[in-house]
Design a protein around this ligand. Structure first.
Ligand SMILES: [Zn+2]
Ligand SMILES: [Zn+2]
Ligand SMILES: [Zn+2]
Length: 260
């Protein structure tokens, strides 16, 4: 399995527009963070978790050649707004792309992108993304997406519930401030965990650095990578605060796991 961090930035990205802080002015490429999503290659399939507003730029940078399906964590714009750019893959693949969404995401998709999901949309201009919306149960058991076994992991994102995903020995858990005991059980025995870590100060809907560290230790994956990072984190300085098996993500980071 290969997992590539397409973006590891919080909703505003880093640098923040107009911010003059040291991290936003830094020349270190690892302090340039597009909006959060990942690209996974597993068992001959190529899939995405979320389509960020930077998806077009991210797919060009990583030379993504195929998207077999997309898993959506939740419908906040920083995780969804690149959805229209899936149409470039439709043009080449000449087939619909299945997208998997739980109830909240499905509802928001239908409200905010009616033209993508109404069968009788009149096409004007260059066409629209051809997507098959497939609902999944956030609290349900594993489901099979195009031959890949996916375990949804519900986590709390303020008052909302968001999907994390486990696939084989890897899991992606973004945008959360609490993980229940039941979900923690589903995260045992991981080789790779990608985990939300917004900033140092407390936040109503995201894990802080200390909270992310606590969960990382509790889950105890062989390797943990922190993502959804704000401009609080200078890559070099913050990396020094982390134990050996925990790292800050950076855009373009690819982790390879041998089995599954
Ligand atoms: Zn987010
Ligand atoms: Zn800044
Ligand atoms: Zn969010």
């Amino acid at each position: 399995m290969q997992l590539t961090i397409l973006g590891c930035g919080t909703s505003s990205g880093v640098p923040l527009v107009l911010c003059k802080c040291q991290v936003c002015r830094s020349k270190d490429k690892k302090n340039k963070r597009l909006r959060a999503s990942v690209w996974v290659r597993l068992k001959g399939k190529s899939f995405l978790i979320d389509t960020s507003p930077d998806f077009r730029q991210q797919s060009l940078r990583e030379n993504i050649k195929r998207v077999d399906f997309v898993l959506y964590t939740h419908p906040h714009a920083d995780h969804l707004a690149g959805i229209d750019d899936l149409r470039s893959f439709n043009f080449v693949q000449k087939s619909n792309i299945p997208i998997y969404a739980h109830e909240w995401t499905e509802r928001e998709l239908r409200n905010r992108y009616p033209y993508l999901f109404q069968k009788n949309t009149r096409l004007v201009g260059g066409g629209i993304a051809q997507l098959d919306l497939i609902p999944f149960d956030l609290d349900g058991p594993e489901f099979i997406a195009q031959g890949i076994t996916i375990q949804p992991i519900p986590v709390d994102h303020g008052t909302q519930r968001v999907a994390g995903f486990r696939f084989g020995k890897a899991a992606y858990i973004t945008d959360c401030n609490h993980i229940s005991g039941k979900s923690l059980e589903k995260l045992q025995g991981l080789s790779l965990l990608v985990l939300d870590c917004l900033r140092f100060q407390s936040h109503d809907t995201h894990l802080t650095f200390d909270q992310a560290l606590d969960y990382a230790r509790l889950i105890n994956a062989k390797k943990t990578v922190f993502t959804h990072l704000s401009h609080d984190f200078d890559f070099k300085k913050a990396s020094r605060l982390l134990p050996k098996n925990i790292a800050l993500a950076y855009d373009g980071l690819t982790v390879t796991l041998r089995s599954k």
